[in-house]
Design a binder for this molecule. Sequence first.
Ligand code: NAP
Length: 278
Amino acid sequence: MITHTIQGVEVPALGFGTFKLTGEDATRAVATALDVGYRHIDTAEMYGNEAEVGAGLASGSVPREDIFLTTKVWPNNLRPDDLGRALAQSLDKLRTDYLDLYLVHWPNPEIPLADTLAAMQEAQAAGKIRRFGVSNFPVALMREAVEKIGAPVFCNQVEYHPFLNQTPVLDYARAHDILITSYCPLARGSVQDNAVLKRIGERHGKTASQVTLRWHIQQDGVAAIPKSGTPANIRSNFDIFDFALSTDEMAEIGNLRGGGRLVDPATAPAWDPAPAIA
Ligand SMILES: NC(=O)c1ccc[n+]([C@@H]2O[C@H](COP(=O)([O-])OP(=O)(O)OC[C@H]3O[C@@H](n4cnc5c(N)ncnc54)[C@H](OP(=O)(O)O)[C@@H]3O)[C@@H](O)[C@H]2O)c1
């Protein structure tokens, strides 16, 4: 496993996403992922699967302290009292007394960010969460959290894959020792059809998906959380630690960007404009 050390904390660079996994499928997928070797699991209040993910975590023999567990609070629960209640429910469903990371799932302009982050700090001081962070925050909002409010933000989880230029948030995160966690790291499966990724994969005896995941975790301070409910994909997505991409291959994959966002709801914040491709 490759890990990244952020603010002195070691984080497994490859994690397991659980969006759209529900019921027994979610429990089974998490159990399979732990069996295969994943030690970083991502869920959210909104996914409606925390209880099933919790059952998966409890089903095997992997000690809780060996797992980096993330969940997220939905934007309607960002007022301090609501956040406290949502956190208690998430802990209960996940069958744990602490989270490694608790994220603001999306910004909510109706609720002062300072209040939400103060509630996060309170939960941290109470030992209920080890670290906290944000998701879907462009640079302006990261700056507000870090520089104006002065909160120790650990992570920004954002859409990131070879077809999307995320240079502004990556640069800001690196300058402030903040983890970037790539969601939709496989562009929801579409990387498997890309000719450049396939060609690079052939050189290494790997699939386009494996090349893509390796590209994510070979970047400074970037973790990736591919989702799969298919056991063969859960396994093959983890089989990326016996090869490395060259500097030229990393750059070639980085230059694929330009395909746009897959996740862009009407309530999304104003995204950073993508810099011109060199
Ligand atoms: N913070 C946010 O707002 C946010 C938003 C979206 C997602 N997320 C998180 O990020 C995680 C990942 O994102 P995502 O689930 O949207 O997209 P993704 O991981 O890029 O793609 C998942 C899709 O790719 C397929 N797939 C997985 N491995 C594959 C492989 N080796 N070959 C071919 N197809 C493969 C999966 O199908 P199978 O299941 O059949 O393998 C599934 O359809 C989520 O599960 C969630 O935890 C966060």
